[in-house]
Design a protein around this ligand. Structure first.
Ligand code: DP6
Length: 345
């Protein structure tokens, strides 16, 4: 019997992935850039055991049984890692041994907090450890086929998922841009507005967007390539002003595309919009961009802020959003680190 346990963190997109050109291989219509968070704060933890005596593959997510063999994305990830293991030849046991997979998320599933990114990254990374495979570009193409954004959670710090142009997706890979240590005072605050499951999941939302939004192709072809370049330069020079402006505009454009989708996908709620207004007012009051919001496919806000500005921002948030029933927000702090293997499970 062989076993591996790993944790993989959530990543939050700065330049958003929204729209696929190939549904099965999960090939995006545009590049994206993200920051991976502290694995201890918001992460998936997965243990995979392989045994000659197991009769079938089985999986549990947060303690509940998952129909593993019927889940095409899970099966594609397993097949992808096993194909790499076959080519690599380093594994200590037969690839025919069945697996038992137990995975946990320590944050709300499917509430726009990138749970699938951490979950699939963790699954693929743990499989790679089990079969003694290295973390490389090819492995990111496997994680991508679980959930697009998962390929970015295989690395810590700032990560670029290149759209690629090949039909087989071999060049649609995630590459690390800069480790967390490059910008050590970069922090993220998560304001949990609502942890209910979202009405239209990302996969469906972006399908509808690609088929009905007249803005989405303009975004993919004209806007994103420019913003990726600008964001990479801002990260390299640790220019928070440029970083914040691009991040805010990206979030707004994602949600503009969602509203341009027919029928529209509405992910942000009144509290989300109140947070947007709050951040713009706050930045105006302090006289520079000290806080940058971003929203994925859900109402919860992620706020990027430099460590030295956290106390002042937190005080202002607490004043603007006292923890009453209507506008309750919780705070989670993230600092960027990569996935890791836990030696003692
Ligand atoms: C809004 O990676 O969850 O978070 O590839 O269909 O599984 P699938 O979608 P998913 O989409 C994430 C979209 C996003 C933006 C982002 O993370 O870049």
């Amino acid at each position: 019997m062989f076993s591996a346990t790993c944790v993989a963190p959530v990543n939050m997109a700065l330049v958003k992935y929204w729209g696929k050109r190939n549904e099965e291989l999960i090939l995006p219509i545009n590049d994206s850039v993200s920051m991976t968070l502290d694995a201890n704060e918001m992460c998936a933890k997965t243990t995979i055991t392989a045994s000659e005596s197991f009769k079938q593959n089985r999986m549990w997510l947060n303690g509940e049984v998952v129909t593993f063999e019927e889940n095409a994305r899970l099966m594609r990830c397993l097949a992808g890692v096993q194909r790499l293991a076959l080519a690599n030849g380093a594994h200590k046991f037969s690839l025919s041994w069945k697996l038992h997979i137990a995975s946990y998320n320590n944050f709300p599933t499917a509430a726009g907090l990138a749970s699938s990114a951490a979950g699939y990254a963790c699954l693929v990374y743990t499989l790679a450890r089990l079969y003694e495979l290295p973390l490389n570009e090819e492995l990111t193409t496997v994680a991508r086929q679980g959930s697009g954004s998962a390929c970015r959670s295989l690395y810590g710090g700032f990560v670029h998922w290149r759209r690629g142009s090949s039909a087989d997706g071999s060049d649609s890979i995630a590459v690390p841009l800069a480790p967390a240590s490059h910008w050590p005072n970069m922090h993220m605050l998560i304001l949990v507005v609502n942890d209910a499951r979202k009405k239209t999941g990302s996969t469906r939302g972006m399908q509808l967007g690609v088929s009905t939004s007249s803005l989405i192709q303009h975004r993919a072809k004209e806007v994103v390539p420019r913003r990726v370049k600008e964001l990479m330069a801002a990260i390299e020079s640790r220019d928070f002003q440029a970083f914040a402006e691009i991040t805010i505009k990206e979030s707004n454009q994602l949600h503009a595309i969602c509203l341009d989708t027919y029928p529209p996908c509405v992910y942000m709620n009144d509290v989300s919009h109140a947070i947007v207004n709050f951040v713009h007012d706050y930045n105006e009051t302090v006289g520079s961009l000290q806080a940058a919001y971003t929203f994925d496919a859900g109402p919860n806000a992620c706020i990027y802020v430099l460590a030295e500005n956290v106390p002042r921002l937190l005080a202002a948030i607490q004043l603007a959003f006292p923890n009453d029933a209507q506008q309750s927000v919780e705070y989670l702090m993230g600092i960027p680190v990569p996935p890791v293997e836990l030696k003692n499970g």
